[in-house]
Ligand binder design. Structure first.
Ligand SMILES: CC(C)(COP(=O)(O)OP(=O)(O)OC[C@H]1O[C@@H](n2cnc3c(N)ncnc32)[C@H](O)[C@@H]1OP(=O)(O)O)[C@@H](O)C(=O)NCCC(=O)NCCS
Length: 165
């Protein structure tokens, strides 16, 4: 996605399940977002072979601007990743995408959601706090590129959603 920052209305976003043919565009988001990006094979494996996996993409004008994924096991969901391409950040799209993931998790009977996030990634942590995620522990040296610690966060979705109404 070689282009200037896109000014968008998040109302124009379309969120849907990720398909195999989306992976090249998802890789653009991935490479622009992470120092240790997943490979396209990893995404293929998730979509083809992991029955616990659920991946969503967010499209603007039929271009994939972001994606998010989770594994749901019994009543718990583990967010594997969320990213919005830098051209589209800061306009409410990450929040919209995470809301869709949470909604899907709850529709599958999930009551609690967890994730790991870099200690230095305050932007993502702020986003997660909006969905009731709270720090619950640390994985020391979790990230292999710089041995950064991961903050483990949990959200009690039932409690959090009760506060909304
Ligand atoms: C984290 C990420 C998905 C957020 O996407 P986004 O579309 O820019 O986020 P939104 O515009 O929806 O903002 C939602 C909330 O995130 C936080 N946030 C977003 N940008 C922020 C910034 N520049 N500074 C501080 N907080 C910020 C705020 O809490 C914001 O809510 P608010 O607008 O009410 O303050 C995006 O920054 C990203 O892709 N980062 C790289 C990948 C990554 O770190 N993923 C998380 C891995 S654990």
């Amino acid at each position: 996605m070689e282009q200037a920052k896109q000014s968008v209305s998040s109302d124009m976003a379309v969120i849907r399940q990720m398909r195999i043919q989306d992976i090249p565009q998802v890789m653009n988001v991935e490479h622009a977002s992470f120092t240790v990006p997943w490979t396209s094979e990893a995404f293929t494996n998730e979509l083809n072979n992991n029955r616990f996996a659920c991946y969503l993409v967010l499209e603007m004008d039929r271009r994939i601007a972001g994606y998010a994924g989770m594994w749901t096991i019994v009543d718990e969901a583990h967010v594997t990743n969320i990213a919005i391409h830098p051209d589209y950040r800061g306009q409410g799209l990450g929040e919209k995408l995470l809301a869709a993931l949470v909604k899907q998790a709850m529709s599958l009977g999930t009551q609690k959601m967890t994730l790991e996030v870099r200690e230095s990634n305050e932007i993502a942590q702020r986003l997660y706090r909006k969905f009731g995620f709270e720090p619950a522990g640390v994985r020391k040296g979790y990230y292999t590129d710089n041995q950064e610690d991961a903050v483990i966060m949990w959200s009690d979705l039932l409690k959090w959603s009760a506060h909304l109404s």
